[in-house]
Write a protein that binds this ligand. Structure first.
Ligand SMILES: *[C@@H]1O[C@H](CO)[C@@H](O)[C@H](O)[C@H]1NC(C)=O
Length: 291
């Protein structure tokens, strides 16, 4: 445009020297108007371009800052989820240990109870045996059963030996029951049991009656012990069963809690992964915008 203006005087000088001045002035005016119009159009276009650029730039800036904010939010949410996941894992470890301990307690209670049952069975068996020994001797001495009078010598000796075993086994227990005289009578019986049961006349002798009374007292003692033993066992069994039930309940509850924590943890890990994907996709999208 400036070049065009500069060219005008040359053109006038060369080919339009003869034209009247007014025509030249008109031409110049027309050219000026055209130039002004073009300049205005240029300026408008420039302004428009400028404003478009500015707008576009602003939009881009907003997009970037939204993405950054979302990434920040996701990052802190992921860290929270990670912290939850970590503490859930720690809680699960504690619960696992609790289950292990309760299981160990259950096992040792089972072994202990097994030993107690075994001891009880032995003691009960031995008491029954001793009660039977006393009853057999008592029956023989009191002559309650005529058949016993015809007991062969060997069987009688055996019966006496069993009673002797019972008395010596429970000597401490019988300390309150048997007097020194009772022991002397028993010794005599052990030495020669047939002397006490052979003759029918024995039933009437005071010594036979005393022995029979002693046997009854001994039987009572043993039965009291048996009852105490059985009661104790029943109590032990009840305690054991309650302990077993409560430990099993405890284990079940701990396992259920652990399972629910495991599920919660899986969910946390899943959401962490999803947040990670979202962060990556925002970063990718922003990379495309800024390029
Ligand atoms: C989760 O937290 C633990 C402990 O703070 C850390 O060692 C681990 O790198 C974190 N994991 C993620 C994916 O952030």
């Amino acid at each position: 445009m400036l070049a065009a203006l500069a060219a005008v005087p040359l053109a006038l000088a060369r080919s339009q020297a003869a034209e009247p001045v007014s025509q030249v002035v008109d031409l110049l005016k027309e050219m000026q108007t055209t130039l002004e119009k073009e300049q205005k159009a240029d300026e408008d276009m420039y302004a428009e371009l400028r404003s478009w650029c500015k707008e576009n730039n602003d939009v881009k800036t907003v997009e970037v800052s939204d993405g950054q904010a979302r990434i920040q939010e996701l990052t802190s949410l992921a860290a929270e989820a990670n912290a939850s996941s970590e503490s859930l894992a720690a809680e699960m470890t504690v619960l696992g240990k609790e289950v292990q301990e309760a299981t160990a307690a259950l096992d040792s209670a089972r072994v202990l109870h097994g030993n107690k049952v075994e001891t009880f069975n032995d003691n009960e068996k031995s008491l029954y045996k001793d009660i039977e020994a006393v009853q057999a001797a008592s029956t023989a001495i009191s002559g309650g059963e005529p058949a016993l009078m015809q007991l062969p010598e060997g069987r009688l000796k055996e019966m006496s030996a069993r009673l002797q075993d019972a008395v010596s086994r429970r000597a401490e227990r019988l300390d309150n029951t048997l007097s020194v005289r009772d022991h002397e009578r028993l010794e005599a019986f052990f030495k020669d049991p047939s002397g006490f049961v052979k003759g029918l006349s024995l039933m009437q002798t005071p010594i036979g009656g005393e022995l029979a009374g002693m046997m009854e007292a001994m039987e009572d003692d043993f039965k009291v012990d048996l009852k105490a033993l059985q009661d104790e066992m029943a109590k032990e069994l009840k305690t054991y069963e309650e302990l077993m039930a409560s430990k099993k309940e405890e284990i079940k509850a701990s396992e259920a809690t652990k399972e629910s924590k495991r599920q919660q943890r899986v969910e946390k890990r899943q959401s962490m992964m999803e947040m990670g994907f979202e962060i990556k996709s925002i970063e990718k999208a922003e990379g495309q915008v800024s390029r």
